[in-house]
Each structure stands twice: as C-alpha cells, then as structure tokens.
Design a protein around this ligand. Structure first.
Ligand code: HEC
Length: 258
C-alpha cells in the first residue's frame, strides 16, 4: 500500500501555481542574463595546497558590512577569486546550501548547490558551478526582512572601490536587476551610489535545502582533474577549519510567501 498523503484539490492548485511561478521566474531571469558574459578564471589551486596571499589579517576575516568585505578583498593578493576570499574568512564558517534554481545565482543541482555564508550582519552567496560561479552576491542586513544588495564579478584585482558591487546593478530607471525579485526596493541612504538599494530578503525554501553532510561529501569526492574550479570552491569552504550549518532567521520570508 502506498503511504502518500492525499493532496486536496486546493493544495494541488497552490503547488501547481508555485511550480509555475518558479519556472516563469527562472526563465525570465535566464533571459535577462543572456547578455552577461562569464569572467576570467581566477586563482586555481592544486589539491591540498592553500592559495597564497589569501589569509586575512587578524580582525579582518569576519566582515559585517559590504564596505568591510571590500576592505578584506583589498588586503588579499590579486586577482582575488571566490576561493581566495572564502579561504580568508574566519572559522568556524556558518553556511546554508540550497538547490534552488530561482535567483541571480542559481544552484546547478544538489551536487553544486548555492551556498550562503553567514557573517555577523552580512551574508555572502557563492555557487561552485554554472553561470553563477564567478559571482559573489552580498547582502547586508537591515533587520531580518531586508538587505542591502551588492554583487561582484570575480575575480577582482584589488584595490577595488567600495561602490563596485553596485555599478552594474541597474535594470531600468525604476528597478535594479536584484529588485526584479527582491521587491520593495528603497535607496540605501548611507551609500553614495545610485544603484545601492535595500530590498526584501528571502530565504531558500526548506525542501530545497542541501545538508552540510551532503555538501561535504561533494567536496570529498570532487575530481580536481575533471573540474578544478568546482573543487577549488568546495576546498575553500571545507579545508580551512570547522564548518557548521546555520538556519536563516525563521521570520524571513521565501520568494513564494510574497
Ligand atoms: C530571479 C529572482 C532573483 C533575482 C533577480 C535576485 N535574487 Fe537574490 N534571491 C532570490 C531567492 C529566491 C533567494 C532565496 C535563496 C534562494 O532560494 O536562492 C535569494 C536570496 C538572496 C540573498 C540572501 C538573502 C537576502 O535576500 O538577503 C542575497 C544576498 C541575494 N539574494 C542577493 C541578490 C542580489 C545581489 C541580486 C542582484 C544582483 C539578486 N539577489 C537577484 C531570488 C533572486
């Protein structure tokens, strides 16, 4: 006998609408990004060998604002890639991974999920494969429902300006590319850049969570000959001290709650 719960017509309808919303959002964003080109290769790393010049000076490895993240990048040896920056962060590293496909930086699949790194007041997001691999997404929190959004095309050659994460975010005169999904954008008063906006913060949906153990397994089985860049990002996450799972704040909405 099958043990599946019987979905009522109403909840089936809701699920269908959610699935459709995901597809439509995903497709429309793929379309927007079609013109974007991939960046350079970034620093590579042979197995078991730390990237040179990617250690944070004491007190700089836990940035809590976007300017502090830029200050950290600016003391590392360029070109600063995603693995270089992740290696430099203080441990323990608190992360959350999702296989969600609707974002500026979609996961590829459960093997290469989108990974959020929680710092105190700041969240960084990276993905080990796919078209988002050279992106670093930044969210600086204003309460638990809103964040200032920034994005860097990695690797970057330091020194970079504190406003670089906003330079390319404009979509049209009404909205930034982030604001297409992260609604209720408002200008960030303390940042002197026309594309610096605070907007709704979203957490991933629970059923797309990729466990810390599963992600660690991807690191342990990563084939550096087949995909050195993916392995370098996984290595930067796991090879420099303890990593732990962190939940998003409970009260933060998902994109589908909105
Ligand atoms: C296609 C819709 C979409 C677009 C466009 C988008 N995001 Fe997101 N974003 C999401 C979703 C959905 C989440 C929740 C986590 C997940 O499922 O990946 C999220 C989560 C985040 C988070 C973590 C929580 C938060 O909201 O603070 C950050 C940071 C973020 N996005 C940054 C950005 C930036 C920067 C841009 C613009 C360059 C952007 N996003 C554009 C859909 C989008």
């Amino acid at each position: 006998m099958e043990d599946e719960p019987v979905a009522s017509g109403a909840s089936e309808g809701v699920l269908a609408v959610k699935a459709m919303k995901r597809t439509v959002l995903g497709l429309s964003f793929l379309f927007i990004l079609a013109g974007a080109s991939a960046c350079g290769d970034g620093a590579r790393k042979a197995d078991g060998e730390a990237l040179q010049g990617c250690s944070a000076p004491t007190g700089m490895g836990s940035p809590s604002t976007i300017p502090e993240a830029i200050q950290l990048i600016n003391v590392l040896a360029g070109p600063v890639s995603v693995p270089c920056l992740v290696q430099a962060l203080d441990r323990p590293l608190a992360i959350n991974a999702t296989s969600g496909l609707v974002s500026a930086q979609p996961a590829v699949d459960e093997q290469s999920p989108r990974v959020f790194i929680f710092l105190d007041g700041l969240i960084l997001s990276i993905v080990p494969a796919g078209r988002g691999r050279d992106l670093l997404e930044l969210g600086q929190y204003f309460g638990t429902q809103e964040s200032l959004k920034g994005e860097l095309n990695m690797p970057v050659e330091p020194p970079i300006e504190e406003t670089l994460p906003y330079d390319h975010l404009r979509y049209n005169d009404q909205v930034t590319i982030c604001g297409l999904c992260h609604l209720e954008e408002r200008p960030a008063p303390e940042v002197d850049h026309p594309n610096a906006y605070i907007s709704r913060a979203f957490q991933p949906v629970e059923d797309e969570l990729v466990s810390l153990e599963a992600l660690r397994g991807e690191h342990e089985t990563c084939d550096a000959d087949a995909d050195p860049e993916r392995c370098a990002i996984l290595s930067a996450l796991f090879d420099y001290g303890p990593v732990e799972h962190q939940d998003f704040p409970e009260e933060m909405l998902t994109i589908y709650d909105f």
